[in-house]
Design a protein around this ligand. Structure first.
Ligand code: FES
Length: 154
């Protein structure tokens, strides 16, 4: 008698390890910024500068004191663009400080003349007339008012 023992064979336990090699595809994520024609707007922050006006109390802009103007001479106020002169004691005159030749600002007052540094024109402190060229025209008169010691631009 033979006994046959049959071993039930279990199914082959095969573990298949699948090593998934993930090939990291180099995604060419290079976003080529080629023809960029959309220009970003430049936000210019405008600063509003509040202009602080010159203190004017009662008509005209305070310019100088009479004592500031030498007798027989004058003084140039560059910011205001005027020359104030005192041809004779107690008489004050004012002229535009812009030379009539080519528009330079006159630079000095000396020996009774208002002198332009650009080309040497000279103007009379008395009436602004040309005393020496190349300017052909006298300085334009400017309006001032004198009250007490104060000289004001009218
Ligand atoms: Fe004054 Fe020429 S601009 S002399």
């Amino acid at each position: 008698m033979s006994s046959a023992s049959s071993h039930p064979t279990a199914g082959p336990d095969r573990r298949t390890v699948v090593a998934a090699v993930g090939a990291a595809g180099l995604a060419a994520a290079l976003t080529a910024c080629g023809s960029g024609d959309d220009s970003a707007g430049t936000g210019s922050s405008g600063t509003e500068s509040a202009a602080t006006g010159a203190a004017s109390d009662g008509g005209g802009t305070a310019l100088a004191r009479t004592a500031d103007i030498p007798e027989g001479g004058g003084r140039i106020f560059k910011d205001q663009g005027v020359v104030v002169t005192q041809p004779t004691a107690g008489t004050y005159k004012a002229f535009s400080a812009e030379c009539t030749h080519q528009g330079c600002a006159v630079g000095s007052v000396a020996h009774g003349m208002i002198v332009c540094p650009c080309h040497g024109s000279e103007f009379s402190v008395t009436d602004g007339s040309v005393k020496k060229g190349p300017a052909m025209k006298g300085l334009a008169p400017a309006r001032i008012t004198v009250s007490g010691d104060d000289i004001r631009l009218a």
